[in-house]
Design a protein around this ligand. Structure first.
Ligand SMILES: Nc1ncnc2c1ncn2[C@@H]1O[C@H](COP(=O)(O)OP(=O)(O)OP(=O)(O)O)[C@@H](O)[C@H]1O
Ligand SMILES: [Mg+2]
Length: 478
């Protein structure tokens, strides 16, 4: 299949611009519902018909989330001893033959045992002669640490040029990966790292001495071709994180291919993602010579630790009202709310703010400084609820995120369910075995159709959030 045949199926559908004058009159809160928000963010409601149900729903959800927060403490160790878990491994980090300084780095990060992907991928990535790898592993299972360890092991500090190049689809993700490398490489102070992201100012024509460069495709391409800061022929390890989106999305694909073409034939290539559509697999196998492959079966892609629900609404107004009802649950830990377009994210954040809720907003049209500040505040827990678009659907790792809300379900250009984006979005919760909850705001029949498509694709049930049904309540609490 030709490269051009690759469609924009996984494209971030963030096309609309913010125009406050054009936003529809603010959607109303639930009728006759007054609310008090107390100091810890929970709400109390007064009034007419239906509120007891809302209250019960909210308190049930709060109970579940608190329960999962408490349960988490020993959960990782339990899961790592369970052979059916993606976190299970038979080997220790010592047995993976890491440099002693890297072993110290791993323990410094608080990791006790490798996850399955780390255990399986590391020997392949560190093998001599170098081997290529295309690897799939569920969200939140430690892919970043896996390829970061490979890069840090690979660097020869005697060589003062860029040897490892890693590209990721978004600015936030590139920064996050860089932070992991910096922490993991804490005891290898001679290994240097540079960020090839929008806003990094560099002197033209002076070759970088940093051994590792991590960035987004456009800036990396500029650094290789326009500014000649990196000699691509001297890159000996190339990592594509979120590889499927990097080769299936129009803008990223062209840039990734142009970077890839400049690399030497001997350059080791590592591709990672939680999802690879069949067509992307075929393409990846064509551009990566002789790869080792780690692949999940479809039924393994979803994580049991993330419970999925939907709330059925008639229209956008009801979705907003339902979200306001759920607000107390969002702030028990931290939550991310996904919208289909920038416009909708802007509108929703503004409407929630007007309703008296404190929310942060992150979308693609903001400046990099704003984006960095927002994600930092969210990461540090200063903001508990982040309204965003697909720009944050992949890779972002904030441990405290317990709840993901799809205010809009992810769809592709034909209006069908975008299953892969769905999986990545809900995977912002439930990191490394923690419990997570995904709540889908479903708008009318078409929304239910999308839920059915997602259920069929992953062969998993998405439960209706309805606390009046005792059977479902016991399911939720299990
Ligand atoms: N061996 C380990 N032991 C304990 N925690 C770990 C281990 N490896 C990774 N983690 C933690 O797991 C979390 C998720 O890791 P990471 O972000 O690499 O997941 P991922 O597989 O890249 O997920 P995604 O598909 O969403 O990008 C991180 O907070 C990381 O610190
Ligand atoms: Mg990742």
């Amino acid at each position: 299949m030709s490269e051009d045949a690759w469609s924009t199926a996984v494209d971030v559908q963030e096309t609309s611009q913010l125009d406050l004058n054009k936003r529809p009159s603010r959607l109303r809160a639930p009728p006759k519902m007054k609310e008090d928000i107390n100091a810890n963010g929970s709400r109390s409601e007064h009034g007419g018909h239906g509120e007891e149900v809302d209250l019960a729903e909210q308190s049930l959800l709060n109970k579940m989330i608190r329960h999962s927060l408490v349960r988490n403490r020993n959960q990782v160790e339990v899961l790592q001893a369970d052979p059916t878990s993606p976190l299970y491994s038979v080997r220790t980090f010592e047995e993976l033959r890491l440099k002693p300084e890297l072993l110290k780095g791993v323990y410094h990060l608080g990791f006790n045992r490798p996850s399955r992907i780390q255990e399986n991928a590391l020997p392949m990535m560190l093998a001599q002669p170098p081997q290529n790898l295309i690897a799939q592993s569920q969200s939140g299972t430690g892919k970043t640490a896996a390829f970061s360890l490979a890069m840090l092991s690979h660097v020869n500090t005697a060589n003062k040029w860029t040897q490892c190049l890693c590209i990721a689809p978004t600015y936030e993700l590139a920064l996050q990966i860089g932070q992991v490398i910096e922490q993991m490489g804490k005891f290898l102070p001679d290994v240097k790292l540079a960020y090839a992201v929008r806003g990094s100012r560099m002197e033209r024509g002076v070759k970088l001495q940093e051994h590792i460069v991590i960035g987004t495709p456009g800036t990396v391409l500029d650094w290789c071709t326009k500014y000649k800061l990196i000699d691509p022929k001297r890159i000996s390890l190339f990592v594509l994180d979120e590889a499927d989106v990097m080769i299936a999305t129009q803008g990223h694909r062209d840039q990734s291919i142009r970077i890839h073409r400049q690399l030497s034939k001997e350059c080791q290539m590592l591709l990672f993602s939680a999802t690879f559509e069949d067509s992307v697999w075929k393409f990846a196998e064509r551009v990566v010579p002789d790869p080792n492959i780690i692949k999940l079966r479809r039924e393994e892609e979803t994580l049991d630790n993330i419970k999925q629900f939907y709330v059925l609404c008639r229209d956008k107004e009801e979705k907003f009202a339902a979200l306001c009802d759920l607000y107390g649950s969002l702030t028990v830990a931290q939550a991310m709310i996904f919208c289909h377009t920038r416009w909708m994210a802007n509108w929703l954040a503004a409407s929630l703010t007007e309703e008296g809720h404190q929310v942060a907003l992150l979308s693609g049209e903001m400046t990099v400084e704003q984006r960095a500040a927002v994600i930092e505040r969210f990461r540090s827990g200063k903001e508990k609820v982040l309204v965003t678009t697909n720009v944050c659907s992949r890779g972002i790792d904030v441990e405290q995120v317990t709840l993901v809300v799809n205010f809009d379900l992810p769809t592709d250009l034909e209006g069908n369910a975008d299953n892969d984006t769905y999986l990545h979005r809900i995977g912002r919760s439930g990191r490394f075995g923690k419990r997570g909850f995904a709540i889908n705001m479903v708008e009318n029949k078409h929304g239910m159709e999308l839920i059915k498509q997602i259920e069929m694709h992953f062969n998993r049930k998405i439960h209706k959030l309805d606390p009046t049904n005792s059977e479902e309540i016991s399911l939720l609490q299990s």
